[in-house]
Design a protein around this ligand. Sequence first.
Ligand code: DAH
Length: 321
Amino acid sequence: MNEFIQLQDQITKEFKTVDSANQANHFKSKFIGKNGILTELLNQLKHLDAESKKKHGYEINKLKNLVTSLYSSFNENLDQSESIQTDYSIPVYVNKGSLHPLTLAIKQIHEIMQNFGFMYELGPSVEDTYYNFDALNIDHNHPSRDAKETFFTANNVLRTHTTAVQIRALESQKYTNNFRVYSIGDVYRRDDDATHLPMFHQIEGFVIDEEASIATLKYFLLNFLRKFFENDNISIRLRPGYFPFTEPSVEVDVKFENGKWLEILGAGIIRKNILSSYGHKNGFAFGIGLERITMIKFGINNMRNFVTNDYPWLQNYSSRR
Ligand code: DAH
């Protein structure tokens, strides 16, 4: 029995000197490894009579458990102390991700529109042809209904414009009296060249108001664009245009300090036949290409940059809000 008390002493003493993972392994194998002290003692048991075998076996196993638990307590402490160690010599990792310029623009537009009292509506990307075309007076012969222009699915269409959201919002009857609704989302057309992507984004907005007119539309757009471009010196000009869902329709150009006019959006007074179906009398609407205004805002000259995911290019926008 004395032998076991001595061994226990030896185990605890030796464990106190262990201070590295290596030493801990050494400690463990010294006692319970293949040729370890306790392993050897266990092998010797077969030479003993039944009673001693039982007693010794019990003591040896107690010591084995002691070694195992000391060994694992050492490793647990090691894990913890390693996890809070800091290596100050490692260079700071500066390549954090940043927001995509389109995301930056979208965030800003949400802010502006909500400050102007607009309610947000999402609308589906895969749209019923009724909302994308029919309800907007786009008849069956319209070129945008050609499969060469537009992506059709079995029964639906990848929406060609966010104007479809106008119909969904009106039909829902969620909004009454005077109200303002906007949407920002992905739209799809069979265009793929230097200045067109098959998927791009639009901002659609409309205002239902008895007072709505080309004048209030122009006033709103000018304020929206001044906020978006963070420039109070821009001016806008309205030219006559045509859209099946507005009458009159206008194309809107913007002019910056350099004096050049750039076409950026379509707008107009919502046609009476659309409004009256949902019990409204008067309103204006507008649709803006998100990529277009984002390119102007950030001075981006290649639309493809938006989708090539070039990391250094994306980093150019990391300091924007
Ligand atoms: N949906 C049109 C387009 O994709 C843009 C547009 C024009 C939207 C006039 C409108 C609008 O709401 O009134 O080209």
